[in-house]
Structure formats: C-alpha cells, structure tokens
Design a protein around this ligand. Structure first.
Ligand code: GLN
Length: 191
C-alpha cells in the first residue's frame, strides 16, 4: 500500500510521521509527475485552503487529483483539506475539488476560539483527542454522507464513500494513530 500526501503548504510532515509509525509507505506530491503516479490513498493536510488551492492550480495538479478522487481514490482531508473537498463553502466564494456533499464554514469558531483542544467520539472510537486550529466545521451534509463526529453540536468529521474528512488535526497529537488507521482500514482496504 502506498499513500500520497500533497506537500505544498501546511502540516504534511506530521502526517508523514504517523504513516511512518504505522509502517505505511508514502510519498509527497509536489509536481505533476508525482500526481500521475499510482497510489492507493491521498492525504490532503491542513494549512491554508486558499494557498493550497492556488498551488494545486499553479502546479497543474488540480485536474489530475480531482479526476482520481472522482474515480474513487481514497482521500483523507484534514482541516483545510476538508475545505478543498467540500461542494459548498458558506462564507467563501471559492470552490476547489467539490467532490463531497457537504457545506462547510471556514474559520467557523471565530477569533476568540481560534484554536482549542478537546476530546470527542469518532464513529465507534471514544475519547479521541481533537486539536482545532482556525478550523472549519460542516454545516450541512447531503447524499451519501455519514457523520462520524459531532462536537458541541457541530459536525467535525464525516465520510462519503471514498472520502474522509476531519475538521480537527489528528496528525498533531503525539502517539495517536487511530484516525489514520481508520482511513487505512475502513476506506482504503475496504475500497
Ligand atoms: N483556516 C484554514 C482555512 O480556512 C484552515 C485551518 C487549518 O487547516 N488548520 O483554510
């Protein structure tokens, strides 16, 4: 199994460390040739969705990756990665891959609560540590979307067939690999 990680901006090294811990092979996508390779899963890390979105176009990665996702490639988007996959962004005119039937709100927690940590459940997992950094949340879900986690009444993780998203950053929690394991076991392996 080989997982690709877009390494354009943001927290991609942290995802790599987790995959190393899990003993899963990975490589970085930085240019078109990387995106054209064969791989079993894709991670879209957190960062700044506008910056990552712009780089996806400038580096000519956008259409290759979008068509792979549309063809069923397992993809895991964290935070900004969630925004990139959303069909609708309620407080922004930009759209990116638009492959997931969710409406998201960017920077949804406002300035005061810009960053915070909590624990919550995720599917059948309990007490999952969750780090939120200027995070979005999901305001609305559409067809085929399964809600995996709700914190304070807001949807913060969901899946739609081959697509998994979290508004929080599982890659920023030391020695915590459960969400990545879920991506591998439930999305990639069961594809
Ligand atoms: N605020 C960022 C955005 O809107 C997301 C933050 C993150 O990925 N930690 O793109």
């Amino acid at each position: 199994m080989k997982i690709a990680i877009t390494a354009l901006q943001g927290a991609f090294l942290e995802h790599e460390r987790i995959l190393e811990e899990l003993g899963v092979e990975y490589f970085e996508i930085r240019k078109k040739e990387d995106a054209k390779k064969e791989f079993d899963g894709l991670i879209l890390p957190g960062g700044e969705s506008t910056t990552i979105g712009k780089l996806l176009y400038e580096l000519d990665l956008f259409h290759i990756l979008k068509s792979k996702i549309e063809s069923g490639l397992p993809v895991f988007g964290t935070c900004a990665g969630l925004i990139l996959l959303a069909k609708d962004i309620s407080n922004d005119d930009k759209r990116y891959f638009s492959t997931m039937n969710i409406t998201v709100k960017r920077n949804a927690y406002g300035r005061q609560l810009g960053s915070f940590e909590t624990t919550g459940s995720f599917g059948s997992l309990e007490s999952v540590p969750m780090v939120f950094i200027r995070a979005p949340y999901i305001e609305k879900t559409g067809d085929d979307v399964e809600v995996l986690s709700v914190v304070d009444g807001n949807i913060v993780a969901a899946k739609q067939n081959n697509q998994l998203v979290t508004a929080f950053h599982p890659e920023l929690v030391k020695n915590f690999v459960d969400i990545h394991k879920y991506f591998i076991d439930e999305i990639i392996t069961k594809r």
